[in-house]
Design a protein around this ligand. Structure first.
Ligand SMILES: Cc1cc2nc3c(=O)[nH]c(=O)nc-3n(C[C@H](O)[C@H](O)[C@H](O)COP(=O)(O)OP(=O)(O)OC[C@H]3O[C@@H](n4cnc5c(N)ncnc54)[C@H](O)[C@@H]3O)c2cc1C
Length: 453
């Protein structure tokens, strides 16, 4: 099989690494690669929307999965979708939303694959109600290192299933999956916008409204300080029913088309994002979002950033680290305050800060979510960033929190082991089905999931 050398990066453009890329479309070609391919090890790659190095593999093998993107079966009665793992959420929405089915949960971009969504056990704005993506996976087919294909589900090979859900591609190649979709009447969300004056009010509002709203998310002004620390614009939404639409919308309630997208044509210079421009943006965002209620179509509600292709270029060539910190419910108020205080008084502004309330824990052995609050922050890469993030890691650990593997690019092996107490269980399953570590990523090496060699 032909391997082509490419320079690869995740969405954060940090780190950037060479990789030997191959695209085996047929199963026998994939099997041959795993049992006798040139490279010492391989990692799967979907649409590369993880931020850091989870779909990179140093100067070694990377298996592109995007060519395996067929719909295999759709049961129009039950909403069960069977598809190849390289199918993207964008393709699923395009074909199935007009038929009244939507994804059980979705990240903030539709340009992810089903395989990537399972491997990261992704979560969305409905986590407090519906949990993470793995909960909607009925079963999946996995090609393991020996080339054998095994079917796994919560009841069949369940240990391998829960190691694969959230397992960041390290158990094998997810070939296909059956997913339970969610029925919807319209392609609109009824959104209530509410501004809060500080973090206490934001958390209070989440706990008051979590039961009433399917979706909730807060955009936080990350540079506000003192009594305004954590002031936010909260967006609370429910799927709109037909009767909530205007007469014109009611004529085609499931019609939705993505907005025309533009592209950021080049990497912006470093000077464009600085504490002053970020502060100006944050103040403006807070001021223009008045309290009120609106009908918003799915594309604008779930994927506001997708209309600007390659928007990650605004962070410049050096890239961005998205730091996503999850605090357990018991410590989140104090932990978030300390974290945000530290950020507001640093010289390292976060352009984007998004807070979500999280519901029940994902069952994946390395799944990220458990009940609490998760804050995602974008930090452009600068000279002082790594030591600063180390300080944030220590603070997060003191409060019993953890970082999200799909966003991580900098965590140390020690921090990871302290944050993910089921790591040994994961390693045992991996060593059983992948004894020679055929599946390795740069992240897995950095985090000590496999030994560096
Ligand atoms: C703008 C933006 C917003 C986001 N918002 C959210 C959010 O709200 N919630 C959230 O949870 N995440 C979010 N993410 C992260 C994203 O959902 C995950 O990183 C997801 O895994 C990306 O899928 P991908 O297909 O691009 O996978 P990649 O980034 O290519 O790979 C991610 C991981 O999946 C593994 N993988 C991919 N395909 C397979 C396969 N077929 N078999 C085995 N392993 C495989 C890779 O090895 C890697 O470890 C966001 C990302 C962006 C860029």
């Amino acid at each position: 099989m032909n391997h082509v050398e490419h320079r690869l990066a995740g969405w954060g453009n940090y780190p950037v690494e060479p990789g030997w890329v191959c695209r085996p479309h047929r199963l026998d070609a994939l099997r041959q690669l795993l049992v006798g391919g040139d490279q010492p090890d391989y990692i799967s790659r979907g649409l590369g929307r993880s931020y850091g190095d989870s779909s990179l593999n140093g100067d070694r093998g990377v298996i592109m999965q995007t060519g395996r993107n067929c719909f295999l079966d759709v049961d129009a009665q039950s909403g069960v979708l069977e598809c190849e793992a390289g199918l993207s959420f964008a393709e699923i929405i395009e074909h199935l939303l007009p038929r009244g089915w939507f994804l059980p949960t979705t990240p903030g971009t539709r340009f992810v694959t089903v395989g990537g969504a399972i491997a990261a056990d992704i979560h969305g704005k409905n986590h407090h109600r519906n949990g993470s993506f793995g909960g909607a996976v009925l079963d999946l087919e996995l090609m393991v290192a020996s080339g054998e294909v095994i079917r796994c589900s919560p009841t069949e090979n369940s240990d391998v299933f829960w190691a694969t859900v959230g397992g960041m591609g390290l158990t094998g190649v997810i070939l296909s999956a059956r997913i339970q979709l969610t029925p919807v009447e319209t392609s609109y969300v009824r959104v209530d916008y509410q501004r809060t004056r500080n973090l206490d009010e934001t958390l209070e509002r989440f706990s008051q409204t979590d039961a009433d709203y399917q979706y909730s998310v807060a955009w936080i002004d990350s540079l506000s300080r003192g009594r305004s620390l954590g002031r936010s614009v909260i967006m609370l939404g429910n799927n709109a029913s037909r009767s909530q639409l205007s007469p014109r919308q009611r004529q085609s309630p499931l019609e939705a088309s993505p907005p025309r997208s533009r592209s950021v044509p080049f990497y912006l210079p470093k000077i464009a994002l600085n504490p002053w421009s970020v502060q100006a943006f944050n103040s403006l965002y807070y001021e223009v979002h008045r309290d009120g209620s609106r009908l918003v179509d799915y594309y604008k509600f779930f994927y506001p950033l997708d209309s600007l292709l390659q928007w990650n270029r605004i962070y410049g060539r050096r890239g961005v680290v998205q730091y996503q910190a999850l605090f357990p419910r018991e410590t989140s108020r104090r932990g978030l305050k300390e974290l945000m205080d530290k950020i507001a008084s640093s010289r390292l502004p976060s352009f984007l800060a998004v807070l979500k309330s999280s519901g029940s824990a994902g069952q994946g052995i390395l799944s990220y979510m458990y009940p609490g609050h998760t804050l995602a922050l974008d930090f452009p890469v600068t000279a002082g960033l790594r030591p600063f993030l180390k300080e944030l890691d220590e603070l997060l650990l003191q409060h019993g929190g953890r970082l999200y593997l799909a966003k991580d690019a900098t965590m140390s092996a020690e921090t990871f082991a302290a944050m993910y107490p089921r790591l040994n269980e994961f390693k045992q399953i991996k060593s059983r089905i992948d004894p020679e570590n055929r599946f390795v990523s740069s992240q897995a090496r950095r985090l000590g999931i496999v030994e560096s060699s």
